[in-house]
Write a protein that binds this ligand. Sequence first.
Ligand SMILES: [Zn+2]
Length: 81
Amino acid sequence: MPEISKPIPAITPDMREFFDGARAGRLMIQKCDSCGTLRFPAHDLCSKCNSTASSWVPVSGRGEVFSFNIMHQLYHPGFAK
Ligand SMILES: [Zn+2]
């Protein structure tokens, strides 16, 4: 049986900095220029202060897993194994 590839995420304009950073080996996160809140995925508006000003900054990749889920139903054949 041929191997079915996994779906890859769409590289949308608002997430391009993230994927460009990943290709260069850097983890990039959007940061609010007004209050400093980090946000991922990228948004036009800061959820903390409603500012539209933001920049992309490199981060270490260290952190704490806040939540996760386990899929019990197969939604894509690329994940069958
Ligand atoms: Zn903010």
